[in-house]
Design a protein around this ligand. Structure first.
Ligand code: ZN
Ligand code: ZN
Length: 329
């Protein structure tokens, strides 16, 4: 039933899937002591010797209960007449960011945030060994509108296509590079640092900046000052420490400045270069793309994932429902 379908008029991928199961009220499955409720552990940072699926972890990765993408599904690319369909083979994981249920990115210690950043790297490296996975979205939401605060986690979504948002960004960066032979993001940084007015904070290795054409009232990008196309290949002991501190301080500032708003943070990193389909794919990506983080308060993006629309009602059943209503006239 789950299918990735392409709208050929917009070049837009849509995930068609059954309606998500309503969450059952009950104790939090992500708190220490409840490890057996969250599905088998995929990875964890633990105190010496403590076994998998036991308490005493600092960061823990588990499968998402109502997964959009599943590793055990067979990857199939099909033409349905003139249309394109791909089965949603991939991975949906949750990185439980802290043992503390009420931790938020604004209250977390920077040591805890640093551990989360290392786990981002570990999951990206591990999932990218799978050549059928083309792109991975690392995404966290704070305060989804209308939902109570939950145990802090980051969602990892690995998919057999390139996310629409990534694809658009890669294309713009490549075109800029083809024309100017310079990295678009390095150029943006140079100009923003000189102009100063949109810079929020500069550290030795990163800049927190409000983008020139911000799409939302609250939007902050965290851009490494050293050029690199992928997050997972460029994280070092020094940059992880610097980034963790900058992130906690940025989230705390957003909390104070805007009265704890809802927002989403996405890691923008290069797709899986091992999954190249055509010879010329991503030929200059190491020079033309520049990884970064984007924080955006944009609650209306609730039904989108990295630019892919998620529709929980099959188009065929909507058409059938409308036809039936037509008859009842
Ligand atoms: Zn909890
Ligand atoms: Zn660059």
């Amino acid at each position: 039933m789950d299918e990735l379908r392409k709208d050929p008029t917009r070049g837009q991928w849509v995930l068609i899937r059954p309606k998500a199961q309503p969450l059952i009220e009950g104790p939090c499955p992500y708190c220490p002591g409840a490890e057996s409720m969250s599905g088998g552990e995929i990875s964890a940072y633990r105190k010496d010797g403590s076994p998998a699926n036991s308490p005493d972890w600092t960061v823990r990765v588990v499968p998402e209960a109502d997964a959009y993408f599943r590793i055990e599904w067979e990857l199939a690319r099909e033409g349905v007449g003139m249309f394109d369909m791909i089965t949603p083979r991939g991975a949906s994981e949750l990185i439980i960011e802290s043992p503390r249920h009420d931790d938020t990115p604004a209250t977390m210690s920077s040591e805890q945030m640093e551990a989360v950043l290392w786990m981002y790297r570990d999951r990206l490296l591990d999932l990218k060994r799978d050549g059928q996975i083309r792109d991975i979205l690392i995404s966290r939401r704070h305060r989804k509108p209308g939902v109570a605060l939950h145990h802090p986690y980051t969602r990892v979504t690995a998919i057999p296509i390139v996310f629409d948002e990534t694809r658009r960004e890669l294309r713009e960066a490549r075109e800029y590079y083809q024309y100017k032979r310079r990295c678009l993001y390095c150029d943006i940084l140079r100009q923003e640092i000189a102009a100063e007015e949109r810079i929020v904070k500069l550290t030795p290795r990163f800049a927190a900046v409000v983008p020139y054409a911000a799409r939302a009232p609250i939007e902050v990008w965290i851009v490494p000052r050293q050029h690199a196309c992928s997050y997972e290949d460029s994280l070092s002991a020094e940059s992880a420490r610097d980034l963790a501190r900058l992130l906690v301080d940025t989230f705390a500032a957003i909390h104070r400045a805007f009265d704890d708003p809802g927002y989403e943070m996405n890691v923008h990193t290069a797709p899986n270069l091992r999954s190249r389909i055509l010879q010329g794919d991503w030929a200059t990506i190491r020079d033309d793309y520049h990884w970064h983080l984007e924080i955006v308060a944009q609650p209306e993006r609730v039904n989108r994932l990295g630019g892919i629309f998620v529709n929980e009602t099959a188009p065929e059943s909507v058409a059938a429902g409308l036809r039936a209503a037509w008859e009842r006239r």
